[in-house]
Ligand binder design. Structure first.
Ligand SMILES: [Ca+2]
Ligand SMILES: [Ca+2]
Length: 512
């Protein structure tokens, strides 16, 4: 532990003042928001896409004290007004909000819905990435504004445009302000939908810049935690029928250029595939089946660089177990393809089991989870076995301090969520983190190799505890605070100063 810098105190004071201001504003807030009806989510029957929105404190539903409980137990699911991906919202005529369903022709067949979100987060770091070297303590603020317009022209054509502005007060940790922190003014979504009835459901062709969220966001997520979020320039079809949803798409990752317009052509990461999700009859279980393809112009793995062509085949199953208090979620993915002159063979497995006590006034849910993602045992054997995490929401699963990713990783974790007071949610997690293979690197949350391994090196990365508190004073408001401590394990002690990491975050968000 070290001295607290003046800057840290400044930011702490600013953060607290902000929280107090927001709290006061909230008490006075117009009751409009809380009067709203929930939108008619076509997807609500399709729980997999609703899922882990509440996995991170930065996401809207984290607040909903239902925290991860409802994420995994459909029985507890509550209709929510705002979706993590705003284009998934479809507001009814009687929403009660003057911003939604604004008719623009006499018959009302053409109408416009407007919305937006403001988010402010302060982060405080002590001994970032296990080091007490200069430049490893910092505090900074992240600001984000999103505004969108959603125009319906009859029942077949829809235009959706969402802009963003992501700013930082100045991150001085290694890497400075990263592309996940800053994107001055840009387009997050800009798409057109052509929609037609299909059987008991619908078929939609979607073209343009768009966010993609699949399953529990283990592999593909809009990454709400990041200030700039993540989108793709893509063509996509969405078929909804019989309680199932099939997404097929071809897209290109939008590479954030912090101070310039994010163009279509500078990414080098093409993502394509098919993703099927739905409910298994009346079992209360939901399932996903998918194939995801990824073409990277160039990547470096275990010191070898080259173009990469990787396919991921996977399945997920989750839900409440009968009428019991147990819920579960399991997912497995196998990857194959080629990288430079090597073959790709990698896999991951993720499982979590929860136990809820609904009759207790705190509504607690206890959970135990295990995550595994393969590593490479020999860089010179002609094959690469390091799993690729693709475009995930990693820290919802592997710890809020973002020390590691779903690559050469083992995480045994457990915790509890509960609601001690109405509108308050508490989540406590503990993670024991290892590398899967001693000869492969430790990969950070961004998927970059940060510490290389070797024969005989310890596998233990460390132990992380996370405490997250959320408060949702009114519909649309989310106040969150979190503390994480990562105790350095044998592997990082051997190759870094081995200090424990402290991380505090305070956030306020308003969604309309
Ligand atoms: Ca930009
Ligand atoms: Ca190998």
């Amino acid at each position: 532990m070290k001295r607290v810098s003046a800057l840290t105190i400044q930011w702490a004071a600013a953060g607290l003042a902000l929280l107090l201001m927001i709290g006061a504003a909230t008490l006075l807030a117009h009751p409009l928001a809380s009067q709203r009806a929930a939108p008619q989510h076509e997807d609500e029957a399709n729980a997999p896409l609703e899922v882990i929105n509440d996995a991170g404190p930065g996401s809207r539903a984290a607040s909903a004290a239902k925290a991860s409980a409802s994420a995994l137990s459909p029985a507890a699911a509550v209709p929510t007004a705002f979706h993590n991906i705003r284009v998934e919202e479809n507001w009814p005529q009687q929403s009660g909000s003057s911003l939604k369903y604004i008719p623009i022709n006499r018959s009302g067949s053409a109408y416009l819905s407007l919305g937006g979100q403001v988010r402010v987060r302060s982060e405080f770091w002590d001994d970032f990435f296990f080091s007490n070297a200069p430049g490893r303590d910092d505090s900074f603020g992240l600001f984000r504004l999103r505004l969108h317009g959603d125009l319906y022209l009859g029942s077949h054509v829809r235009f959706f445009v969402e802009g963003k502005s992501a700013l930082s007060s100045g991150r001085d940790l290694p890497g400075g302000n990263r592309p996940i922190d800053v994107d001055h003014v840009d387009l997050l979504n800009a798409l057109v939908d052509i929609k037609a009835p299909a059987g008991d459901g619908s078929f939609t062709f979607r073209l343009g810049r768009q966010e993609i969220q699949l399953g529990k966001q283990r592999l593909i997520s809009p990454l709400d935690w990041a200030n700039t979020r993540r989108s793709f320039d893509a063509a996509r079809s969405i078929l909804k029928m019989g309680g199932w949803r099939l997404d097929t798409f071809f897209g290109r990752l939008v590479q954030v250029r912090k101070y310039d317009f994010n163009s279509y052509n500078n990414s080098g990461n093409d993502l394509f595939g098919a993703y099927l999700s739905g409910n298994l009859g009346k079992s209360g279980l939901n399932a996903d089946f998918y194939w995801l393809g990824l073409d990277r112009d160039r990547s470096t793995r275990q010191g070898v660089s080259g173009s990469e062509n990787r396919h991921s085949l996977g399945a997920r199953l989750g839900g409440r177990i009968g009428e019991s208090r147990f819920d579960f979620d399991v997912e497995g993915t196998y990857q194959f393809g080629d990288h430079a002159d090597r073959d790709i063979r990698a896999e991951m497995f993720s499982a979590i089991v929860g136990y809820s006590l609904p009759e207790h006034s705190w509504n607690p849910r206890f959970f135990l989870g295990f995550d595994y993602a393969s590593g490479d045992d020999d860089p010179n054997d002609g094959s690469t076995e390091t799993f690729d995490q693709l475009f995930p929401l990693a820290h919802a699963y592997l710890g809020f301090a973002d020390v590691t990713s779903r690559q050469n990783n083992v995480d045994l974790h457990g915790g509890v969520t509960f609601k001690p007071i109405k509108r308050f949610g508490v989540r406590m997690d503990i993670h024991q983190l290892w590398r899967a293979n001693e000869n492969d690197a430790l990969y950070n949350a961004g998927g970059s190799a940060v510490l290389s391994g070797g024969p005989g090196t310890p596998k233990e990365i460390g132990t992380e505890i996370d405490l997250t508190v959320t408060f949702k004073p009114k519909a649309g408001w989310l106040v969150s605070a979190g503390y994480s401590r990562v105790f350095a394990g044998d592997f990082v002690k051997a190759s870094t100063p081995g200090q424990d990491i402290n991380f505090v975050h305070l956030g306020v968000q308003y969604t309309s």
